[in-house]
Design a protein. Structure first.
Length: 106
């Protein structure tokens, strides 16, 4: 059950994937600079590590919420179809007719 639309859910999923990439890249930078000496760099590495760990934890929470909402939507759709199969067939037929009309116009 994403907030508004399917597009909104897709945008959230893309954001999660993009943030995962940024976190992975930052982790790699930290690994590659592990041998660099200096007090300022050590402090900076410590701050970056703290922020990355925090971002990973928050991202895991958001990702879990997104999965839970997706499962809830799927369950609600399944429940609706099981409780009102003819209504679901009618809705699907109506959507099919509308899509057919739109495709035929092009």
């Amino acid at each position: 059950m994403c907030d508004y639309t399917e597009e909104s859910c897709a945008n959230k999923e893309k954001l999660v994937l993009d943030l995962r990439k940024v976190i992975d890249d930052a982790d790699e930078i930290l690994r590659e600079t592990a041998g660099v000496a200096g007090e300022k760099i050590a402090v900076l590495r410590e701050h970056i590590t703290e922020h990355l760990n925090d971002a990973k934890a928050r991202l895991d929470i958001v990702e879990d919420q997104l999965v839970d909402k997706t499962k809830a939507v799927a369950q609600a759709a399944d429940d609706f179809v099981n409780e009102s199969p003819w209504q679901a067939v009618g809705i699907a037929a109506g959507v099919g007719v509308l899509l057919g009309i739109l495709v035929a116009r092009r």
